[in-house]
Ligand binder design. Structure first.
Ligand SMILES: NC(=O)c1ccc[n+]([C@@H]2O[C@H](COP(=O)([O-])OP(=O)(O)OC[C@H]3O[C@@H](n4cnc5c(N)ncnc54)[C@H](OP(=O)(O)O)[C@@H]3O)[C@@H](O)[C@H]2O)c1
Length: 71
């Protein structure tokens, strides 16, 4: 049976690359972008994880606007 993985922030550069690589390695992948699961919403994260029995969880979500973050 395939291993099951979850990827948060799946629409980003790292997230989409992770999804591709996990699929290449024959993982069953559940991938969520921000519109589907916002990681700043604990209930949404808990609900997402409770409904998918993942063996490994990747968080690729990030606030990546360096200039704005520095301000
Ligand atoms: N790409 C690289 O070459 C590289 C190299 C070294 C390290 N990293 C690290 O890897 C991480 C991801 O980088 P990246 O290049 O993949 O960035 P990215 O392309 O900007 O992707 C980040 C993703 O996170 C999502 N996101 C932001 N806030 C979120 C939230 N609250 N809930 C759910 N999703 C959320 C963004 O969605 P929205 O578009 O809707 O905001 C976006 O899809 C960062 O920590 C970065 O420092 C990346």
């Amino acid at each position: 049976m395939n291993k099951r993985a979850v990827v948060f922030g799946a629409a980003g550069q790292l997230g989409s690359g992770l999804v591709r690589e996990l699929q290449r390695r024959r993982y069953s992948v559940m991938a969520w972008d921000r519109a589907q699961v916002d990681i700043t919403d604990p209930a949404a994260v808990q609900n997402a994880l409770a409904n998918y029995d993942a063996e490994v969880v990747f968080n690729a979500a990030s606030y990546n606007q360096v200039d704005v973050a520095e301000k």
